[in-house]
Design a protein around this ligand. Structure first.
Ligand code: XIL
Length: 363
């Protein structure tokens, strides 16, 4: 049989997954897990929710209600959303999503207390160490206190690791790193823990899953950062794998599994925090893309779950109707991206069948 298009693109999938994709089989049965996977112990499933879409589209609200155990305000807890001006906090968007989660019995993840992006203009002008520390601490105190006991888990720091780390240069160049040095991570975790000692505190970052020295260095840096926090008695409970998976790039299964082993040694949880599939380099045919995305997600999750059971699996959106992938990774042929488990009409795709192996809520 000639190698099919998806096989060439999906790289390091297992032979079984590649055969499933090549055979053109989209059924849930064919994508079902092998023996020993975690179906017996369901994993909370959730999605990041956009407030604008939440307000505008009842079908979107219904999908969140039906499918999710966990809700993450996608943008409404970012500095940009809360801190239009320096002296006032605006929690309107986050409050609405938090209230929805609470009345529908869902748990919440907070995203994110510290990030080098999504800062309002005034914050980008912060210019001294003292000012940076004062603003950072005050921000985290105020936000964590407002949702104390309600937002169970926080992405305390987001994307603090350099994209391609160099020896001796582990940290990403952000305003926090420039003004506070690597201590910004410690300040953030220490402050969050002081305000809500019961919250689960997570270091969230991307690209832990591709082969090569860059991602390997990123995994090591994440572990080192957490180890250092623990050595100082500062609580850190887990590492969040964003998992924006590129459908055209292979996965480093051994690297991921070794990472899970090391997390275990440090008594850290793993969470999948922003799962979606970037399909910009795949062929246009939608069935082909959906199969490849489902296979990739299955291979990724199986690799992790077989070593360490995630505390949650969260997708970055729920329906292809609404996703950042459309704008950030546009396809050359102009076709819509298909990154998520529901299609643009809220019908489950093969990716949802893969997630169903792990999910607790069944719609
Ligand atoms: C993205 C949102 O999905 C977009 O709506 C927004 O315009 C930009 O940010 N990594 C992260 C997320 O940690 O916060 C980003 O979310 C996607 C990449």
């Amino acid at each position: 049989m000639r190698q099919s298009e998806p096989d060439r693109h999906i790289g390091a999938l297992t032979r079984r997954d590649a055969l499933v994709a090549a055979a053109g089989v989209a059924s849930a049965a064919m994508l079902a897990p092998g023996p020993g996977l975690a179906a017996a112990r369901p994993i909370p499933f959730g999605s990041a929710a956009q407030i604008e879409t939440f307000r505008a589209d009842p079908r979107y609200r219904q999908a969140l209600t039906s499918y999710c155990d966990v809700i993450v305000p996608m943008n409404d807890l970012k500095w940009e959303a809360i801190r239009h001006d320096r002296s006032r906090f605006d929690f309107s968007g986050a409050d609405e999503l938090v209230a929805f989660a609470e009345r529908s019995g869902k748990s919440l993840r907070g995203h994110a207390l510290l990030w080098g992006e999504a800062l309002p203009p005034w914050a980008k002008e912060i210019s001294t160490r003292a000012e940076a520390e004062r603003e950072l601490v005050q921000h985290i105190e105020t936000v964590v206190d407002r949702y104390k006991g309600r937002i169970a888990t926080w992405d305390v720091v987001n994307e603090v690791i350099k994209f391609e780390p160099l020896p001796g240069e582990p940290m990403r160049d952000t305003i926090w790193q420039r003004l506070l040095g690597p201590a910004h991570v410690e300040i953030a975790f220490r402050t969050a823990a002081r305000i809500d000692p019961k919250a689960r505190l997570v270091l969230n970052d991307f690209n832990f899953e591709e082969p090569g020295p860059g991602p390997a260095a990123r995994r090591k840096i994440a572990l080192d950062l957490c180890r250092r926090l623990k050595d100082k008695g500062i609580p850190v409970h887990g590492i969040g794998l964003q998992a924006h998976l590129y459908a055209d790039k292979p996965l480093d299964i051994d690297g991921l599994q070794g990472f899970m082993v090391e997390l275990g040694k440090l008594d850290l949880d793993v969470e999948i925090t922003e799962l979606d599939v970037i399909d910009w380099k795949l062929p246009a045919d939608t069935a082909t893309r959906d199969r490849a995305a489902a296979s990739l997600v299955g291979t990724f999750l199986d690799a992790i779950v077989s070593v360490r059971r995630p505390k949650a699996i969260v997708t970055w959106g729920l329906s292809d109707r609404y996703s950042w992938v459309h704008e950030t990774f546009p396809r050359k042929d102009g076709a819509r991206a298909r990154p998520l488990p529901l299609d643009a009409d809220f019908r489950p795709k093969p990716m949802m069948a893969v997630l169903d192996r792990y999910r607790r809520s069944q719609s």
